[in-house]
Design a protein around this ligand. Structure first.
Ligand code: ADP
Ligand code: ZN
Ligand code: ZN
Length: 739
């Protein structure tokens, strides 16, 4: 006898309200998660519809209390059914609970606040708009100019677009409202508009490479072929234009499209490109939306009011009735991996979601992940290449590698090599723009004692505190802050000094050397406000500064036509990160950063400063040679049995109690050695996690490697059950992560 777990309303907050039913014999073999069934419900045994979310061999209640499923609801499969089937797959594949998976996949129903239903409408004539734009330009009203630009593309701008995407506040449009040029209307009006497209952007004329990809994709699509394609195209090769054309054709065929973009690259510039091409057909979600707003956007998608959803990882779960295509830009980005259970990767999940919907999937990157590229080479994905810059005249930048050891030996102690400094002078003299890129990790400004050598650490975490210009020391993990001490907390010496160079210091130093240059800085500290990030990028884009100094955030997906020099101050910092992917990440970051220079006609220069000029990640990035990097890195992964040559299961054990976590780690290792599969497993650890203590929680880690994913999954399930019976279990959390 078999039983089914059934839920009645999937968008309800109490997803845990699961009812058990007996599966009639004739359905025992065919019923699966996601199926919609008819069940007798409540006292009167009224027949209602529900969804199967799980199948099991035994019941949790006495048999006589369990009713039987009446039948399966046939006909077209609803989007809810498909989402549940996806949740089931995620639960199985990533080893979470069904409840966690459902909560990830199905948005919770929430009331939307009134304010978010508003929309702004331009009431003036085209001529008036032009005049306003000129005035805004003349007076450097950057915010107003953005709003007017948006109005020049579409008549209505939603409140959400205005406040989030365009980073505006009501003070921008209130003067225009007073003059009767802009109206603030409510969504009820907005939702049934006779829409006037003001100015639709003309698609570009494709080059041969782009044309071939679109035609090949489309021919296969029309022939009913579905599957995954990888577009490997260098920075600026026109991938986005290719996505847009494919998306356009798919929506014209009556289907819908989801486009995933890493949040960090989801900028005003990118978003506007899609608005200009697709207008009101597009909706955008980001992590700043409330649960209610997100739910509302998903409902609009379900009702067919929009055809394209753009957003980060979680946008994948948009409930389109007839999904035809998923596009995943910057496929290599680590942000596509979820850090909470189910710890899914959006790429794998997108493959599955595409399969369930009979849709196609396009992945794109200038630096494909090793995993995706390997699959493409093995023929699991269709591989397309774009090898040239798309814009006429646009050249790949000239890249120079500078050996910082040699600089130091020749007496240059500055953070700028002579090469970089000369180029900066040259570009500034010509009025061109410069980006200075600094990899933050491991390079923060910590304070240490020159007498005893101790760095000042966070009392709750195993990391050094970072010095900020306001004179305080801060922890970047838990937010702890303290005044800069006068004496070493350890030995009492007064000899405290800063080490390393953070972005603030670079800014101060740059100001000293180039006192006339206008400088903007962008890092986590300058962008903590809701809109800081966008404001800085927009200001730089509009030419309000000569030099932009920043971390990772500035190199993703921005197109600054006037930038002709990118200086990478210390390229190898990220090579020392405690992660087997650090070479891959470094290569991707450097390639992206180098790709920012020379997007337009003016020749671009890139200077990579490094202590390891011979490292293949740096060499390959300098030569924009992905294939070379891929070969080198795959050899390393094969040698050390890292993904994609192997599957890696990371077991993270955490506890407030150091003894408990040690017991757990030792027990886990012993338990593993007693398993029959042990001869086919590689066990590494247990060891302390790279940061052993965070927020007063101790963390130990153990790695398991095995080629076969399923074997690891089975071991993980058994381990979880066995650990649950141990005395220390209540104090220790286990986290499993597959990669
Ligand atoms: P990627 O996504 O690969 O970085 P984009 O699609 O953003 O590349 O293209 C880079 C720039 O080149 C954009 O400004 C885009 O409008 C332009 N572009 C793309 N394809 C063409 C083309 N065929 N002709 C002219 N310009 C193009
Ligand atoms: Zn000391
Ligand atoms: Zn801390």
């Amino acid at each position: 006898m078999k039983f089914a777990d059934v839920i009645v309303d999937i968008s309800h907050e109490k997803l845990d309200k699961i009812f058990q039913y007996r599966i009639p014999a004739h359905l025992e073999d065919s019923l699966s998660a996601g199926d919609q069934v008819l069940i007798p419900f409540g006292k009167g045994n009224r027949n209602i519809k529900g969804y199967v979310v799980g199948i099991r061999d035994h019941a949790d209640y006495p048999l006589e209390k369990i009713k039987e499923i009446v039948g399966v609801v046939t006909g077209s499969v609803s989007v809810e059914s498909r989402l549940i089937a996806l949740a089931w797959w995620m639960k199985e594949h990533y080893g979470s609970t069904m409840n966690q998976a459902l909560k990830t996949v199905v948005p919770v129903k929430k009331q939307v606040k009134g304010i978010e239903k508003k929309t702004l409408r331009f009431l003036g004539t085209g001529e008036e708009l032009k005049q306003l734009q000129e005035e805004a330009e003349r007076r450097h009203y950057a915010a107003r100019a953005r709003l007017l630009l948006a109005f020049s593309k579409t008549e209505r701008v939603s409140w959400e677009t205005a406040t989030h995407t365009l980073a505006l506040t009501p003070s921008t449009w209130e003067p225009l409202v007073k003059k009767g040029l802009v109206a603030v209307e409510t969504m009820g009006v907005y939702r049934n508009p006779i829409h006037v497209e003001r100015q639709q952007e003309q698609p570009v004329v494709f080059n041969e490479e782009q044309r071939q990809i679109v035609e090949d994709f489309w021919t296969r699509y029309q022939a009913g072929e579905r599957g995954t394609s990888l577009i490997y195209g260098i920075t600026g090769s026109g991938k986005t234009e290719v996505y847009m054309e494919c998306m356009d054709r798919v929506i014209k065929s009556g289907k819908q499209v989801t486009l995933l973009i890493p949040e960090i690259a989801l900028t005003y510039q990118t978003v506007m490109r899609f608005y200009r091409r697709f207008g009101d057909k597009v909706s955008i979600i980001n992590s700043r939306l409330s649960a209610g707003e997100r739910y509302d956007q998903f409902e609009r998608a379900k009702r067919g009011e929009i055809q394209i959803m753009i957003g980060p990882r979680s946008a994948l779960f948009t409930p389109f009735p007839n999904l035809g295509l998923i596009v995943m830009d910057e496929e290599h980005e680590s942000a596509y991996k979820s850090e909470t259970a189910p710890r899914y990767h959006a790429r794998e999940t997108a493959v599955q979601w595409a399969k369930i919907n009979h849709a196609s999937l396009i992945l794109g990157s200038a630096t494909p992940s090793l995993t995706a590229y390997t699959r493409a080479l093995q023929g699991q994905y269709h591989l397309y290449k774009l090898t040239r810059r798309a814009k006429a005249n646009s050249q790949l930048a000239r890249v120079q590698i500078v050996d910082l050891r040699a600089e130091l030996m020749e007496g240059n102690k500055s953070i700028f090599s002579r090469t970089l400094r000369e180029l900066m002078e040259e570009k500034l003299a010509r009025g061109e723009q410069i980006i200075l890129f600094m990899n933050r990790r491991g390079y923060s400004n910590f304070i240490s004692c020159r007498s005893c050598g101790e760095a000042i650490k966070c009392p709750h975490c195993d990391v050094s505190l970072t010095y900020h210009r306001d004179g305080r020391l801060k922890c970047h993990y838990c937010g702890y802050q303290m005044e800069m001490p006068k004496l070493c907390p350890k030995c009492g010496s007064t000899y405290l000094a800063g080490f390393g160079t953070g972005t603030q210091k670079i800014e101060e130093y740059t100001k000293k050397i180039f006192p006339d240059a206008r400088i903007l800085r962008m890092d986590l500290d300058t962008t903590s406000g809701k809109t800081g990030h966008e404001e800085i990028l927009a200001a730089f884009h509009e030419g309000q500064a000569d030099i932009l100094i920043g971390t990772q955030m500035i190199v993703k997906g921005h197109d600054f036509p006037r930038v002709t020099l990118v200086g990478i101050l210390a390229a190898d910092v990220s090579l020392h990160a405690p992660d087997y992917r650090c070479s891959e990440n470094t290569f991707a970051l450097l390639t992206q950063a180098a790709g920012r220079a020379g997007r337009d006609a003016a020749a671009g220069d890139v200077v990579i400063q490094t202590y390891q000029p011979e490292h293949y990640s740096i060499q390959a990035a300098a030569n924009q040679d992905y294939e070379y990097f891929y070969q080198k890195e795959m050899a390393y992964r094969r040698m050390l049995h890292y993904p994609p040559s192997c599957t890696l299961l990371t077991v993270l054990m955490t506890s407030e109690c150091e003894e408990a976590v040690t017991d757990a780690a030792n027990w886990t290792e012993r338990w593993l050695w007693a398993q029959t599969e042990v001869s086919r497993l590689q066990i590494v650890g247990p060891a302390e996690a790279p940061v052993y203590k965070i927020n007063d929680i101790y963390r130990k880690i153990l790695y398991l490697k095995q080629e076969n994913y399923d074997i690891l999954l089975q071991i993980k399930e058994r381990m979880e059950i066995a650990a649950g019976a141990m005395p220390w279990f209540a104090k220790v959390s286990f986290l499993f992560d597959f990669s």
